[in-house]
Write a protein that binds this ligand. Sequence first.
Ligand code: SF4
Ligand code: SF4
Length: 89
Amino acid sequence: MANVTKTEKKERRAMITINEDFCKGCGLCVATCPQHLIKIANRISQKGYFPAELVDPEGKCTACALCAVMCPDVAIEVFKAKKQGGGEK
Ligand code: SF4
Ligand code: SF4
């Protein structure tokens, strides 16, 4: 259990969310992420597309925001953990 907590801390350094209502599965973010952390899901969204999703079990996202900048449908939001106080945003 203690190990899980440690891993969680790493994971919280940065992350993205992908709004599936906007995502059309174009794959631009997949091709753009320098860490190769975004994949096209193997399921269909409510909008009828294969949506992108973050696959980052090791917490490698750096919050570089290249994916968000590249997305033509503004579906991606980037969050970066604050160092002090344990808060995140
Ligand atoms: S913010 Fe950067 S590292 Fe994180 S998923 Fe997007 S492109 Fe990849
Ligand atoms: S670039 Fe945007 S629309 Fe295209 S797959 Fe990524 S999140 Fe979806």
